[in-house]
Design a protein around this ligand. Sequence first.
Ligand code: AMP
Ligand code: MG
Length: 409
Amino acid sequence: MISVEEALGILLSDLPERKIEQIPFKSALGRVLAEDLVATSDIPPFNRSAVDGYAVLAADVEEAPVELAVSGESRAGAGMPGTLRPGEAVAIMTGAPIPDGADCVQMIEQCQVSDNGQKVTVLRPVKARENIAPRASEARAGDAVLESGHRIGPAEIAVMATFGYQQASVYKKPAVAILATGDELVEYDRQPRPDQIRNSNAYCLASQLRYMDIEADYLGIARDDKEELRQKMLLGLERDILIITGGVSMGEYDFVQDVFHHLGLEILFSKVAIKPGKPTVFARRGDRLVFGLPGNPISALVTFECFVRPVLGRLCGMRRPELPRMKGELLADMKQSPGRMAFMPAWVSWQEDGWKVEPLPWKSSADIIGFTGANATFIFPKNRDFLSRGETVELMLLPDFFARQRETE
Ligand code: AMP
Ligand code: MG
């Protein structure tokens, strides 16, 4: 059995090449740039006023208050203003070009207009360059502004609009398929027989994928039958990544690994020292990656976050797609049988003196209901059998950590 770290090492050591596509820049939110973007013009394109006020010469207002003749106006978007001569002031608006000859702007709050707008008294001195954003002070044409590998958020969309990039070259999202397995499974819209349960993993995994902005193809439920598994897996192997749940443990009817062999998949690992999720399998055929996640609902959820996310995120171009880790203070004593790194459901909250970790009662790795109260998992190190209240533990935050709230908060 390999450790979680070793499993991650195998997963990330030889990833298939990432694919690239061109998409409209407006659709690029959340994607990762696959090219460097350069400034196509100077920004600002002219010396720009940062305030509403009067453009003047600093030397003219050294002895303020000083009265100056208003020689014109510079409005944003109303053409380039004329030249300012010593002794003059030009009324100017935020975002408008500074007239040649002026070297600073005094804000309107420090100016008193008189003579029907013909004169202005500048009440306080201003330093040269004050309240001016010089041409090209944010970017010069040809400067690299966004590097390949940069994730696109709202500000990056604004940068693309600023420079007129209508298309963006981004990493393509891998095509993902989900396959549930098990004779006992029926779909959510069926009434299970007394010996059956409804398939929940497929929908949980599809939702976890959606948090990564990936819409998966769902291939349905394969019975515990080698031929049916083979057929469905072949369909799955048409995608970049196939995620299977169930059928990977040591039971009499756990055929997934047999079928992997049969289909010529190379099994890179088939047991990891993780709790929950020990029977996790990772296999590969060429560029096609296959994850066999355990059928227990929390095992499937946790192993997706620990093993599938780091791979998928990297294929999408992300540098560090792992869920965020941080530390917090455990609020209760905890026991476990050592030997596996355990991810335990917890509610993590900020209190005056730091992050507090309240372990949630959980019955087993099947107890998905117990997991609904969690916003994080805390990590029970593999070599420990006891953690005391007050100890600092490592946390892995769930993807919607910041969106989750308790009714009392
Ligand atoms: P397995 O990994 O196939 O041995 O399944 C382990 C446990 O998870 C069994 O109790 C299964 O009934 C349950 N299970 C397997 N697949 C699913 C699924 N898609 N949804 C909910 N429970 C499942
Ligand atoms: Mg099964």
